[in-house]
Write a protein that binds this ligand. Structure first.
Ligand SMILES: C[S@@+](CC[C@H](N)C(=O)[O-])C[C@H]1O[C@@H](n2cnc3c(N)ncnc32)[C@H](O)[C@@H]1O
Length: 195
């Protein structure tokens, strides 16, 4: 008989115990505790949302709000206040169609935990991460409400500082944050910003 899968790190074990689909949920929890991101009634756009732990967490906090989660991979159903779609976020027309389908013109919060398929080559992986973040920035400029917030994951590296400068032009209130649940030696940080 196949042995049951037992995760070997404390965050994954905790996620499994608490019924979350991924350890990443603890990154969002920490960011939410620090920045009070998620409130009842909000419309939230979650980019790179599979397998769905951030959506599980937001769904419990928004009550009559709604979250739209987009990913290249299908996401198993979460709750009535969550819609999920297979969508490449590098295709802004398709993202716009998904927002239109919900009758949304804008959102209160853009979350991005997007991660590229890693090649193992540091500069290439970092460049791909920035490419995804550029797309998030474009979508946030277009769809985020005036007082809305963007949270995006990015890998530190060669293009990092230049990207942060571009973000600041549009979202001058900006913090760069590391979270406890990131893997040791990970170069990932989260950018939390608003206008
Ligand atoms: C770290 S996972 C997200 C985990 C998620 N926050 C959770 O809590 O379950 C990163 C996701 O980004 C997605 N992704 C990468 N490139 C993408 C793209 N161009 N469009 C949509 N999703 C993408 C991957 O498929 C992957 O599921």
């Amino acid at each position: 008989m196949p042995k049951p899968y037992i995760p070997n790190d404390k965050w994954s074990q905790r996620a499994a115990k608490e019924g979350y689909r991924a350890r990443s949920v603890f990154k969002l929890m920490e960011l939410d505790e620090r920045f009070h991101l998620i409130e009842p009634g909000m419309r939230i756009l979650d980019l790179g949302a599979a397998p769905g732990s951030w959506l599980q967490y937001t769904s419990k906090k928004i009550f009559d709000g709604h979250a739209l989660g987009l990913d290249l991979q299908e996401i198993a159903k979460i709750a009535p206040n969550v819609t999920t779609r297979v969508c490449d976020i590098l295709n802004p027309v398709k993202v716009g169609e998904e927002l239109n389908a919900l009758g949304w013109k804008d959102v209160d919060l853009v979350l991005s935990d997007l991660a590229p398929n890693t090649s193992g080559i540091k500069d290439i992986d970092q460049w791909r991460s920035v490419e995804l973040c550029e797309a998030v920035l474009t979508l946030a400029q277009r769809y985020l409400k005036r007082r809305g917030t963007v949270v995006m994951k990015i890998f530190r590296g060669r293009d990092f500082d230049a990207f942060i400068q571009r973000v600041r032009v549009h979202f001058p209130v900006l913090k760069i944050v590391t979270v406890k649940a990131s893997r040791d030696r990970s170069r990932e940080v989260y950018v939390v910003c608003s206008r």
